[in-house]
Ligand binder design. Structure first.
Ligand code: ATP
Ligand code: MG
Length: 775
């Protein structure tokens, strides 16, 4: 694409924002208004004007977003040039910087990155060593606290400067928090490890302590661009401010209405601070939405208007009016999932829409189970983002721990994990003795292990020998890790560590699947080694680099198996920045969404509402919102109330659909509003369900009484769909409920069954279409 064509693909304001390359720029604009597009085109434009890609730094929210941007830019400026851009998440970019200069702070260049699991295990260990109450000092709680302090650049040494911190911890019944925090920081440092927050914290420390290093990167990054700026935290804010200080060519884009990570320390005030830091900054407002239909844009506007704290924006679109938003009331989560799967199938078959056009969003990961089940039943391929990732599986982590040890043997968490896996007779007592020795000698677990022979008295002769053998093996792995490619080293370690044998010996189905997962990890390493040479500018195929690469995957990056034609399932949080032709938001119920934990303060409720706004604005053509009458949560079936957010959508943009069942149970439909509405004719056709404009009433009035809910039939039973049947069979029909088969006639595709339904009376059904389930 040439320069002229590039600029033609932008509207006037977007073009202006792209061309205004010098000086501070802030683009605060509504969803789908082309913020990410402007950022991408700006980079391409800079390069077309001769800016060296080495001088550009672009920060995105996920690695996937960075990859997509890079591809777009490569299409304009050529692949070899685009390769040299520093583009990625804050964490991946600054981990890279720390690999280069972190030694100034005393870290090895091959430092380990602890994931949440490693950090929590370390905290558990410290709490145990300090004999503290593990019920009060829960690792998750402690880690969250540590994370929040680190993101505000409060290291243990500063703790006492803020008396309110101690007050908070005492009130939270964790008075020893500071001691744990101190020990945690020391242990990570000794192990040559950083946790996620350290990557930002240590970058700040590095840039703040060494003016020559700061100057080096200030000179290098002449142009800095940040997407999703509304979700940056304080630590990130300070880094970009420092880096941009020399040239002030900084461009941030964001939308205050989409700030959804306050719970992780994101600070919406960074938007306001930007204007203070750069009083001469140029502000661009993009208001035209290019993504969604008018109905979707207007409905989303009507929802976000309920938030008091927001910058005024007028988001509009000249796109088609589009279909109304469908609000569907389901009986329970199974029926909700069934409805969603059916709508996907219909559109897939009728309009040949690929499965990748659909996304199902939900508030909590737990909601995916029912959805998955119904998708599987219909053979609809899907991909779940987030949740338990591949790299968090036990067997995968076991092999990874060996690989981590090969690169950095001081990595305490990896060492603890595999010192006796596969079993080699190093018991818990020995590990405890090793820990005490490390503490006494003020050194790492690894240092004790490799000198184990000198500690025969403390450990006993046989255990000392076993530990020493283990250390010899790890040392040998280390030599390979330095000399060989990631793939060669990993393949050797897989065999020599005994993991291959241990997994091979396990012939249970679980064991076989574990072996499969580990092999999949090896495949990943192989393809990393193979593709690294062609993709990245530094051609690093070492194990060290591979480990860094996967440690920094974000939830949206994980499990992208390259298979494009799948329905996407993810939490609303993960959907930020993405778009899909058809979007379902499921579980639109009080307590679930808004979450019961987010309704106690206005700030929390507004954040929750922004999350809904993010969800709605992912849809290009069609949006479905579904809620249930009953839902199983924590093993109990609960009555549900429709989400208050549904009431906030202007009626004119929505239609309410009730499940078929509601029509055969008119007694259930008492009172107006959500639970009720006139019994409508639910069309089974794909695009024209005849809905009802609902009446607004306070949602509290719609909570069904327990008698009403008792009148509901049991949920759809599990079972095979009948292809033949005999009189006397008890069956279930999607629409008519339960009944008994009276008579069967016809043959082949014309078999008809006469069924006496408990509620709906006698019906004659063509078996081929009736989808009767035998119960
Ligand atoms: P979000 O707030 O969700 O991150 P955004 O503001 O970053 O959204 P983009 O993702 O950049 O918006 O753009 C939304 C959609 O509109 C994309 O499909 C993009 O290609 C398209 N788009 C943006 N600007 C234009 C334009 N000038 N002409 C045509 N399409 C556009
Ligand atoms: Mg965007």
């Amino acid at each position: 694409m040439n320069t002229e064509n590039l600029l033609k693909e932008l509207n006037d304001v977007q073009r202006e924002a792209v061309l205004h390359t010098e000086g501070p720029v802030m683009i605060i604009a509504g969803a789908g208004s082309g913020k990410t597009r402007v950022l991408t085109y700006r980079i391409a434009w800079l390069m077309l004007q001769g800016t060296d890609p080495f001088n550009i730094l672009a920060l995105t929210f996920t690695n996937k977003a960075a990859r997509e941007m890079k591809e777009r830019i490569a299409a304009v400026v050529g692949h070899s040039e685009a390769k040299n851009l520093w583009m990625g998440t804050f964490h991946s970019i600054f981990a890279r910087l720390l690999r280069i200069d972190g030694h100034m702070l005393g870290y090895p260049s091959n430092f380990t990155i602890y994931d949440t699991d490693d950090s929590e295990k370390l905290i558990t260990q410290i709490v145990k060593e300090k004999n503290l109450d593990k019920d009060l000092y829960k690792p998750k709680k402690i880690l969250n606290r540590i994370s929040s302090l680190k993101n505000n650049l409060i290291i243990p040494q500063y703790y006492d400067n803020f008396p309110e911190l101690r007050e908070y911890d005492e009130a939270a019944k964790i008075p020893d928090f500071k001691n744990i925090y101190t020990a945690y920081v020391e242990r990570c440092f000794k192990a040559g490890a950083m946790d996620f927050d350290d990557i930002l914290l240590k970058t700040n420390e590095l840039l703040g302590t060494f003016p020559e290093i700061l100057a080096k990167y200030q000179d290098r990054f002449r142009y800095i661009l940040v997407d999703e700026y509304q979700d940056t935290n304080h630590s990130q804010y300070i880094i970009i401010k420092a880096l941009a200080n020399k040239f002030e060519n900084i461009c941030v884009v964001g939308d205050d209405a989409q700030s959804i990570y306050a719970f992780r320390g994101a600070n919406i005030r960074n938007i306001l601070s930007f204007q203070k830091d750069y009083p001469d900054c140029q502000i661009f407002k993009l208001e035209q939405n290019y993504r969604s239909t008018q109905h979707i844009v207007n409905a989303a506007n009507s929802v976000i208007a309920n938030n008091r704290d927001q910058l005024k924006k007028n988001v509009w679109t000249s796109n088609e009016t589009g279909e109304k938003i469908t609000i569907y009331k389901a009986l329970n989560e199974t029926e909700e999932a069934h409805y969603i799967a059916e709508r996907i199938m219909e559109r897939h078959l009728t309009y040949q829409m690929p499965y990748s056009d659909f996304a199902i969003l939900y508030r909590t990961n737990a909601q995916s189970r029912a959805l998955e089940e119904q998708l599987r039943r219909k053979n609809i391929p899907y991909r779940i983002y987030g949740g338990m990732s591949f790299y968090q599986r036990k067997e995968v982590k076991d092999l990874l721990a060996y690989l981590r040890l090969a690169v950095n043997p001081h990595d305490e968490e990896a060492l603890r994990r595999v010192i006796n896996y596969p079993a080699r007779g190093i018991g818990q007592t020995t590990v405890e003795r090793l820990t005490i020795l490390a503490d006494q000698h003020n050194t790492t677990l690894w240092d004790i292990c490799r000198n184990a022979i000198n500690f025969k008295n403390e450990l006993g002769t046989a255990p000392a020998q076993k530990v020493s053998d283990f250390a010899t093996m790890i040392t040998e792995f280390g030599v390979r890790a330095r000399r060989e490619s990631a793939w060669d080293a990993a393949e050797h370690i897989f065999k020599a560590s005994g993991i291959l044998r241990a997994l091979n010996d396990d012939k249970t189905e679980e064991g076989i699947s574990r072996l499969g997962n580990v092999q999949e990890l090896l495949n990943n390493i192989k393809s990393f080694t193979d593709t690294q040479l062609s993709l990245e500018e530094n051609n690093d195929i070492s194990l060290d680099y591979f480990l860094q690469d996967i440690a920094l995957l974000t939830s949206t990056d994980q499990q992208d198996d390259g298979e494009p034609n799948k329905v996407s399932l993810m939490t609303l949080h993960l959907a930020k920045g993405l778009e899909f032709p058809v979007v379902f938001i499921s579980g639109m119920e009080e307590e679930l969404f808004p979450s019961s934990q987010m309704v106690n303060t206005r700030a929390d409720l507004e954040e929750e509402r922004r999350l809904f706004y993010v969800g709605m604005t992912r849809a290009k053509k069609k949006l479905f919102l579904t809620f249930t009458h009953m839902r199983m949560r924590y093993g109990k079936t609960n009555d549900c109330e429709p989400s208050r957010f549904l009431d906030e959508i202007d009626d004119q943009y929505t239609e309410l659909i009730l499940p078929a069942f509601h029509r055969s149970q008119p007694t259930f439909l008492s009172g107006p509003a959500w639970g009720a509405g006139p019994a409508n004719n639910h069309s089974s056709g794909p695009f024209a369900p005849i809905g009802t404009s609902r009446q607004k009433t306070p949602h509290l009035a719609t909570r069904p009484s327990s008698t009403a809910s008792n009148a509901l039939p049991p949920e759809k039973p599990q079972g095979e769909i009948l292809t033949h049947t005999v009189p006397g069979d008890r069956v279930f029909h999607e629409k008519f409920g339960y009944g008994n088969v009276l008579e069967v006639e016809g043959s082949g595709v014309n078999v008809k069954a006469t069924v006496a339904f408990d509620q709906a009376g006698q019906k004659k059904l063509l078996l081929q279409y009736a989808k009767l389930i035998k119960v």
